[in-house]
Design a protein around this ligand. Structure first.
Ligand code: PMP
Ligand code: GLN
Length: 425
């Protein structure tokens, strides 16, 4: 059916390519108001299909090795899976309380104390969410008025711009620059205006693999305190650090009372499909986020919450071997990419490494990634989609950066490297 004949279709919204638009995700060249998503509100027009959905579908369709979407190709610890099975058999199958089951909230409290020395109250300062994705959306919906500004670092995880837009807020970005993904402190100061509501941080950082250092976090914290900003910090990769250590933003001076910290079991325990996340912070911030969350999912995943509580209680015994193994795989894959002659930005944490394919004579990472499956049966994602997009036709910051997920079995990474040799030749 022609879009114009669809029942109930609004006239195309003017200026749909706007706030936080990730046009590459929305397929540049398409008019998003014309045919692809004729019913989608203007707030969501730029965000039709995520890069992960597109590239994972491409991997399946072409039988390629999927180094695009960040998910492990092996399950997490069997004892956590068994705890979920036992919980299902034990009848833990009805709605959990909106804040999460008490044993998971207590396990999160113990985790915060054990790893960071932070004391939080399980009843008022912890909220279990449907993955960190829901935590991000609920926090932004709860905390932002339309027109509020949200300061965040680019490149940024794709859901940030969409969630900011759904909240009617406006993203203001500070660019992280290779090779060390540092930022200019003046850029950060300038990004904050009288309309800034909150700063949205992600450390360890997707897609760069950067782990923010003490000086950087100190600077961010001072700015939040001086300008009386809230902070939402996405720390889903808190345990996946290979060099240095993860420092929570909430632990910086002045930040405990103004920071909502988000995390998730997906990455820590290699169960990305379970979508059990959490938010921790001062009671008023958690209460506000809970108010939004109760009308998104209300609650979910009771038996999985039971199992994640068991995983968190086991702590380093289950987490440390995963980190050691991921560090080895990072090195295997980064060494291999370097041997192909690519500039490699070896990450300090996360599942991801970035390379600059301009060195291969490829200025456009998006075009490169779309052609890669046909060329050699490997899928990666263009990091360019994690930047605010410039005007039509121009290349974005990070235009030639490609993100590779190394959270795959060593033999899979080796096979991928073998296939990628065609690029060097
Ligand atoms: N934040 C970042 C930085 C991520 O990489 C991801 C992907 N796992 C998420 C949030 C979403 O986490 P979850 O799967 O728990 O919703
Ligand atoms: N966090 C995963 C990544 O960055 C993707 C999750 C998703 O598909 N939304 O690859």
């Amino acid at each position: 059916m022609e879009p114009s004949t669809l029942p109930g279709r609004r006239p195309p919204a003017g200026g749909a390519r706007h706030v936080g638009s990730i046009e590459a995700v929305a397929h540049p060249g398409d008019d998003p108001t014309a045919g692809r998503a004729p019913y989608l509100s203007s707030r969501l027009q730029p965000f039709t299909t995520t890069i992960f959905a597109e590239m994972s579908a491409l991997a399946v369709a072409t039988g390629s090795i999927n180094l695009g979407q960040g998910f492990p190709d092996t399950d997490g610890p069997a004892e956590i899976a068994e705890a979920a099975v036992a919980a299902i058999r034990d009848g833990r199958n009805q709605y959990p309380p909106g804040s999460g089951i008490p044993e998971l909230r207590q396990a999160i409290v113990d985790h915060q104390r054990w790893y960071y020395g932070h004391d939080v109250d399980p009843d008022t300062e912890v909220l279990v969410t449907a993955g960190a994705t829901e935590g991000i959306a609920a926090a932004l919906l709860a905390l932002c008025e339309p027109g509020d500004e949200v300061v965040m670092f680019e490149p940024f995880y794709d859901s940030y711009a969409a969630a900011v837009s759904m909240a009617g807020a406006v993203p203001k970005v500070v660019t992280l620059r290779a090779p060390d993904w540092s930022f200019d402190p003046d850029d950060l100061v300038t990004a904050v205006t009288d309309r800034t509501r909150l700063l949205l941080l992600n450390t360890p950082h997707n897609p760069t693999g950067k782990v923010f250092g003490a000086d950087e976090l100190g600077l961010i914290a001072r700015l939040c305190v001086d300008r009386d900003l809230l902070a939402v910090t996405d720390e889903v990769y808190e345990h996946l650090v290979y060099d240095g250590c993860h420092l929570p933003l909430a632990g910086r001076p002045g930040m405990a009372t103004r920071t909502l910290t988000l995390s998730s079991a997906g990455k820590t325990f290699s169960f990305t499909g379970w979508k059990i996340g959490w938010a921790v912070g001062p009671a008023p911030l958690v209460a506000a986020t809970r108010a939004a969350k109760q009308f998104l999912t209300f609650a979910g995943g009771t038996p999985l919450q039971v199992a994640v509580a068991a995983g968190l209680a086991a702590g380093p015994r289950l987490i440390d071997p995963l980190v050691a193994s991921l560090r080895e795989r990072r090195d295997l894959f980064c060494d291999g990419l370097e041997a192909l002659g690519l500039p490699v930005y070896r990450p300090a944490g996360t599942y991801f490494v970035n390379t600059d394919v301009a060195a291969l004579g490829e200025p456009d990472a998006f075009a490169f990634c779309r052609s890669l499956p046909a060329r050699c049966g490997v899928v990666a994602v263009p990091s360019s989609v994690f930047y605010l997009q410039p005007a039509e036709g121009a290349l974005s910051e990070g235009a030639s950066l490609v993100r590779w997920a190394f959270c795959k079995r060593p033999e899979v990474l080796e096979e991928a490297l073998l296939r990628l040799k065609v690029l060097a030749g």
